[in-house]
Ligand binder design. Structure first.
Ligand code: IMP
Ligand code: MG
Length: 177
């Protein structure tokens, strides 16, 4: 196991995350009624959640990636939105499921969901592992939500602090980040 800093407090264990993702995968698959969606993960943070979520789904999927925002090395959102990488899959007439690690201010998704909607998908839904309502300025509708965590800066399970800790199987709050 990895050495975890003393000021990291566990908030979601790997088992809790996996149990919730199994439920979410079943619910999403039910709602899709057998149709194969395009699953769009927002890089980098959502890559771990994507990998587990699609394996918890019983429908076939296509996967694509977008990299939207440069959150920088800061623990507070800079407010700047940049599409660093767009998806290459045409989504007109397709069911699209956007997968995000955490909705913080909501700015990133507000921007990119609007962008995808303009491509006329058959449906556009959002799965987010964590909703952090504390600082929400834009409130994208989260169709499938893993957990609500009121506040704090989180690392692990895809979430980083200055590029590190994405590889932790659980989610931790950084105390005094
Ligand atoms: P938003 O546009 O403010 O909603 O920012 C969302 C993005 O910021 C997420 O996709 C994460 O990549 C990053 N982010 C927000 N809060 C945290 C956090 O607590 N830990 C790590 N990354 C975060
Ligand atoms: Mg992200």
């Amino acid at each position: 196991m990895k050495q975890i800093p003393d000021n990291y407090r566990i908030v979601l264990t790997a088992d809790q995350i996996q149990a919730r993702i199994r439920e979410m995968g079943a619910e999403i698959s039910r709602d899709l009624g057998g149709e194969a969606p395009v699953v769009v993960a927002v890089l980098k943070g959502a890559y771990v959640f994507l990998a587990d979520l699609v394996r918890a789904m019983s429908v076939p999927v296509e996967i694509d990636f977008a990299q939207i925002s440069s959150y920088g090395d800061e623990t507070a959102s800079t407010g700047r939105i940049k599409v660093m990488k767009d998806i290459s899959t045409p989504v007109a007439g397709r069911h699209v499921l956007v997968v995000e690690d955490i909705v913080d201010t909501g700015r990133t998704l507000h921007y990119y969901l609007n962008e995808l909607q303009q491509r006329n998908p058959a449906s556009l839904r959002l799965a987010a592992l964590i909703n952090k309502p504390e600082r929400q300025e834009f409130t994208p509708e989260v169709d499938y939500l893993g957990f609500t965590i009121p506040s704090g800066f989180l690392v692990g399970y895809g979430l980083d602090h200055a590029g590190r800790w994405r590889d932790l199987p659980g989610i931790y709050e950084v105390i005094d980040a």
